[in-house]
Design a protein around this ligand. Structure first.
Ligand code: ADP
Ligand code: ZN
Length: 352
């Protein structure tokens, strides 16, 4: 079993290992004394893994409550959040008890926010079952639900007590979800090093899950530890994301995050090359790896529409946009550009 220690607000472990979910009770006993827990999952993941987790915990003497909600982003709202809070209250969960989130980013974000706020905060354990959640959303402590007019508009920073990542759960992941996770991993490759970039180019991520997840979690850990509340270095994790958020918004969230990030990385790298900020060869390499993972690399949205959508992003102030410039692999920088210039970046990135 691999382990990455994160020290952000509180100290916790991200455990990574194929088959470690079999030992869920022992792993949880390492972070809490309670025998009363609630397992939160969606209706896809619960029958696949949630049920097994519940059974193991019950066999080991835990009193287990369950909260299962319909899968998909549409459930990440205040109404489902409220139902979960009421469920915890009705089950008499106390502040010493534990919430266990089993699922992808949607489950982790919603359950994490519920744990952060129920009785002003109860401990929670994340069991990510998507590649995206394993390498990204389960580390860093961002929790949230959506509002009708915006994603992740209500939430807080709240760190888990433990993350248990068992790559065996990724075997049932739909292909598109696998690819979405790979987009985020390509991002880590560009941010971190030639070595990681080449590693995922030479051999598919799914043939080296443990090593790659450990590596990505460690990279994210380093960024998060330096900047828990997302005011400085952590912004580099937004490579490809400014344009991605615009694409997602333009598509009314029909285009999944990973696909939008893939397009965003290709576009920002092309634009950086066009502006003389990086070698044009880098733009080709990014496009090639994105294509190799079967991810999209261009958008049909007009630059004006993307620009407008990008402005609504909460990371951008009213008069400027923040872009992560890939000057080289392992050498990204953050740059603020005036709002009016964003369109030219989109155009040089290939938008119509
Ligand atoms: P993400 O982690 O990408 O933010 P979700 O939490 O919405 O997104 O998960 C994406 C979809 O994959 C959901 O429909 C979810 O139910 C499903 N899912 C999550 N994990 C697994 C898994 N291990 N096997 C099969 N389907 C899964
Ligand atoms: Zn992302």
């Amino acid at each position: 079993m691999r382990s990455v220690t994160v020290k952000a607000g509180k100290k916790y472990e991200v455990l990574i290992g194929t088959g470690i979910l079999d030992s869920v009770s022992e792993l949880i006993a390492g972070v809490t004394k309670t025998k009363h827990v609630i397992v939160v999952s969606d209706d896809n993941v619960y029958p696949l893994y949630g049920q097994t987790v519940v059974k193991k915990l019950e066999d080991d003497g835990y009193q287990v409550e369950r909260f299962v909600f319909p899968h998909g982003e549409a459930s990440k709202n205040l109404s489902v959040f409220g139902e979960l809070q009421e469920k915890m209250c009705d089950a008499h969960l106390s502040r010493e008890d534990l919430l266990i989130a089993v699922g992808g980013g949607v489950v982790g974000d919603l359950a994490g926010f519920a744990a952060a706020t129920y009785q002003r905060g109860i401990p929670f354990v994340q069991i990510p079952t998507t590649l995206l959640a394993a390498v990204d959303s389960s580390v860093g402590g961002k929790t949230a639900v959506d509002l009708p007019n915006g994603k992740n508009q209500v939430g807080c920073f709240y760190q888990p007590s433990l993350v248990i990542c068992d790559p065996a759960t990724l075997a049932t992941l739909p292909d598109t979800e696998y690819r979405n996770g790979c987009a985020e991993i390509i991002k880590y490759g560009v941010l971190d090093s030639e070595e990681l970039f080449e590693k995922i180019l030479q051999k598919p991520v799914c043939e080296q899950y443990e090593e790659i997840i450990e590596r990505c979690v460690s990279i994210k850990r380093d960024y998060v530890e330096e900047d828990e509340f997302d005011r400085g270095k952590r912004m580099l994790l937004n490579y490809g994301h400014t344009i991605a958020h615009a694409i997602e918004a333009c598509s009314r969230y029909e285009i999944p995050h990973g696909q939008a990030v893939a397009i965003g990385m290709v576009m920002i790298t092309k634009a950086s090359a066009a502006k003389g900020l990086c070698d044009p060869e880098l733009a080709k390499r990014v496009e090639n790896i994105v294509r190799a993972y079967g991810l999209p690399y261009e958008t049909g949205f007009a630059k004006e529409d993307l620009s407008e959508a990008g402005m609504a992003d909460k990371k951008n102030t009213s008069d400027s946009v923040r872009l992560v410039i890939p000057e080289a692999i392992g050498g990204c920088t953050v740059r603020r550009i005036p709002r009016a210039e964003f369109i030219s970046w989109l155009q040089e990135g290939g938008a119509v």
